[in-house]
Design a protein around this ligand. Structure first.
Ligand code: AMP
Ligand code: FE
Ligand code: FE
Ligand code: ZN
Length: 281
């Protein structure tokens, strides 16, 4: 039997992918995947429609989320796998974050105005359409208004971290995010640690309850993979990996370009059962 694979980091248009859940599922199936984890930024609204679509494709959907947290002006992304995504308290908390994301768009648009860039916040919200609005949507609005030549230019000049029009997210610490995922019975895993570039924070996250690390990611080189694999082994962290596919939002469709043997899904499932059982007893 041929080996089965899973892409454990995929977005839908409920955050900043251009793909609907149906398109995500179809593309994943065409890429030969057995399972995908839906990990939208601060949003779980894409999970139910993905599960619905997957029924006609024999594809397993792992419910996930990618939480945005900030620490000392660094942006950190925390993945949560096998979360109880239907829990009312969990969804309510995400709605608060989503509302703040909308307000953040208005602030970024104001800052862009001071740099001579004219876009309407309503247009950004319209491009986003639903769920979590974010900087990729701001960049898309800028491109549409011909204020930039490509999406990357928006980040490099204006809305990238520490650029003049960047606005921080709602105050949410790594500890709170890790605890939120655990409380929802999920596995907290550090997303694309290379992109954060702050390996020295990892021991602290492990103390808070971090259980996994995204060793394999589109933006990781072989040497990054080796470094994070070592950290995972030394600290008994579950190794995860995925493409971070944003549909056409990042130029090309990445789904399945980074994938894990299906055993990674089994590891996550086992650990999530342990976490859920520990909560009951
Ligand atoms: P937000 O959640 O609104 O902070 O936006 C995060 C999104 O912007 C993610 O999809 C990132 O991949 C993307 N992003 C953040 N920084 C950059 C950058 N420097 N270049 C390209 N994309 C970026
Ligand atoms: Fe994104
Ligand atoms: Fe991310
Ligand atoms: Zn992502």
């Amino acid at each position: 039997m041929s080996e089965k694979y899973a892409d454990l980091h995929v977005h839908t248009y409920y955050s900043d992918s251009t793909f609907s859940p149906e398109e995500v599922v179809k593309t994943a199936k065409e890429a030969g995947l057995k399972a995908i984890a839906i990990c939208d930024h601060d949003c779980v609204d894409g999970i139910a429609p993905s599960i619905e679509s997957s029924k006609s494709y024999d594809l397993e959907i792992i419910p996930g989320v990618e939480l945005t947290v900030e620490k000392e002006n660094n942006e950190i992304h925390l993945l949560g796998y096998f979360i109880d995504w239907q829990a009312g308290w969990f969804r309510k908390r995400l709605k608060v974050i989503q509302k703040d994301r909308q307000e953040r768009v208005y602030k970024m648009v104001e800052l862009l105005k001071t740099k001579g860039i004219e876009i309407e916040p309503e247009e950004v919200l319209r491009i986003s359409g639903r769920g979590s609005v974010g900087r990729l949507h701001v960049a898309m609005a800028m491109l549409k208004a011909k204020e930039i030549r490509n999406l990357q230019e928006a980040f490099d000049k204006y809305i990238g971290l520490q650029k003049p029009c960047y606005v921080t997210h709602i105050k949410f610490s790594p500890k709170e995010a890790i605890e939120m995922v655990l409380e929802a019975g999920g596995i907290p895993a550090l997303a694309h640690p290379k992109v954060m570039g702050k390996d020295e924070f990892i021991p602290q996250y492990i103390k808070y309850g971090l259980k996994g690390i995204e060793v394999y990611h589109t933006d990781h080189t072989l040497s990054d993979e080796n470094r994070y694999l070592k950290i995972a082994k030394e600290n008994n962290l579950i190794v995860v990996g995925g493409s971070d596919c944003h549909g056409l939002g990042k130029g090309r469709v990445l789904i399945g370009k980074v994938k894990m043997p299906y055993s990674a899904v089994e590891n996550l499932r086992k650990e999530s059962i342990k976490i859920k059982n520990a909560k009951i007893s």
